[in-house]
Design a protein around this ligand. Sequence first.
Ligand SMILES: Cc1ncc(COP(=O)(O)O)c(C=O)c1O
Length: 376
Amino acid sequence: MTNPTPAWLRHLRPEVAAMDHYSAPHTVAPRARLHANECPYPWPAHVFDGIAEALRNVELERYPDISGRRLRELVATRHGCEPSQVILGNGSDEVISLLLIALAGTHQQPSHILTPSPTFVMYSHSAQVLGLQVRHVPLTRNFELDPGAMHAALKQGPALCFFARPNNPTSSLWSAEVIAELMASYPATVFVIDEAYGAYAPGTSMWQPPVRQNHVHMGTLSKVGMAALRLGYCIAPPRLATALNVVRHPYNISQTSLAIAETLLTRYEDVQRDMINKTIAGRERLAAMLATLPGAEVMPAHANLVVARFANAAVSTRLQRYLYEQRILVKDLSKYPGLAGCLRVSVGVEHELDLLQQALQQVPAELWSPSDCTYN
Ligand SMILES: Cc1ncc(COP(=O)(O)O)c(C=O)c1O
């Protein structure tokens, strides 16, 4: 007997019914995780003694601070802003949603948002979930911004424009001058400068107070050794920060995450810096490795990930499958507009890069050829 259509289905929002959920490849015991843009280096054992100490003081039976005040103060001190301007989210994914909900416009005049494309998919995904229109401005072939096209799109008055610097999935670092000029020209648009990968491009931050009233700085701890904590944040102009707090659920960050993040950021900064520096060094090795592959064009890399574009566009898909069979996870970007033949590889620890190197040295010759390949 076939399942009847459930009666409640008519209440499901059509935009949600039509969408796929965000998913990531899962494989049992991967040997190398080079697909999620994490900081690959684990914290050394002695750091866990400090974490254990901090966790002993967590009152599990109590709610956490309603807005993560101590961590907000820490972020504010480091960024030279008021703690009241800092909003924490369960990952910056949550911060993105808070911004979209707060600036969604009215029923009569719903907002739309703007992103260069390709970029981080959650900007569009979360906007579509809310029923907001998304306009995309294609990047140039070299993954740079197209200022003329950005101007044309901004003239349409989007509520929000997202710029990831450096960008995911391209690892490019868009011109700060171009972005600053756009921000100055369109004061009615809020520009979110997402510096999730800023640690991998030292000295390039656009957060230089005082900043414009339409500048939101977004960051995350996920890419600097704390992805498990799910902690992101933004710094917003005061009126917008108030609105974001209206939208935000109270107690949205767990006390265990807060306690661990505060400990790592205050007691083990030097360890973290070392993890980041090793990752930057790993990026050079990874880029050099990918450059030896037949037909590969390695794109400039500023985040903890490297993109190789293959002249034969089928190769990126085949390579991903081949590596997956060896339990090495990378990301084929071919299905995204503007990314035909592109493979994204996150930096791994030395051992993971060794495994990748060995696997790449043993690629079956047929994989590189235009047709007749079992990895199609
Ligand atoms: C550019 C960018 N921003 C934000 C995020 C979200 O990070 P999180 O929700 O883990 O803080 C990601 C994740 O990959 C990203 O690539």
